[in-house]
Design a protein around this ligand. Structure first.
Ligand code: PAF
Length: 216
């Protein structure tokens, strides 16, 4: 497995695979990988000859004063897991490679409307940060398929919309949420929850599932 930090080396490697007509599946992540991410990688492997995973904690999608600094970073452990899954390339750039100039004055990619409702109402700028970094990563990797979890369903729809609007020649695949035995969706941020909050969060899922069944 190749581990690459620089966009230039990434482009060179991808160029050589593309010249051999190898299709490329891409899984963007912020690292601290769990079973949910590993499932995305498995799906990616079914979709293309080569699988590229990015690990980049994107500062642009964190609100000032939120958990950017504290966000769990477990790079070596993540790389080992990806190696055991036979991933072809891990791209883990430093912030300066993705935002070489002042990040706050750099170009944004925004999907209006969809980014401003639901979760977006409470996290101003969050989805603009996501779409901006995903657009940059799509430009660097130029994947045939990109794989995202349905756990962040709004994010998945926003990225599909961005890809369609900007004519990215990529299929955006969604993968069903992987859950703990309690029903709680696996997420890197679950480690912020106390035992009581975990129980409440699991209850939300079972209640919603129940309500959906009754509505049907
Ligand atoms: O879902 C995530 O982990 C992030 O929002 C993503 C898509 C990797 C962009 O930073």
């Amino acid at each position: 497995m190749l581990t690459i930090e620089s966009p230039q080396s990434l482009r060179e490697q991808l160029y050589s695979w593309r010249r051999q007509s190898q299709s490329i599946a891409f899984v963007p992540t912020m690292g601290n990988l769990h079973q949910g991410h590993l499932r995305l990688v498995e799906v990616a492997k079914q979709q293309a000859a080569k699988v590229v995973v990015s690990i980049f904690v994107n500062p642009l999608q964190f609100a000032p004063g939120s958990d950017f600094e504290a966000y769990p970073r477990t790079l070596q452990q993540d790389v080992n897991q990806l190696q055991s899954l036979d991933v072809d390339l891990v791209f883990c750039p430093p912030v300066s490679a993705i935002y070489p100039e002042n990040m706050n004055e750099s170009t944004r990619v925004i999907v209006p409307g969809l980014s401003d409702i639901l979760c977006g109402r409470f996290r101003p700028g969050h989805f603009a940060g996501v779409t901006t970094v995903v657009a940059k990563l799509f430009n660097l990797v130029q994947p045939d398929v990109a794989v995202f979890g349905e756990k962040d369903y709004q994010q998945l729809l926003i990225i599909r919309r961005m890809a369609e609007d900007l004519f990215y020649p990529v299929k955006v695949a969604g993968v069903e949420t992987v859950r703990e035995a309690s029903g709680l969706a696996m997420s890197s941020r679950n480690q912020y929850l106390s035992d009581a909050e975990r129980r409440t969060a699991a209850m939300l899922f079972s209640t919603l599932t129940n309500v959906a069944a009754q509505v049907k």
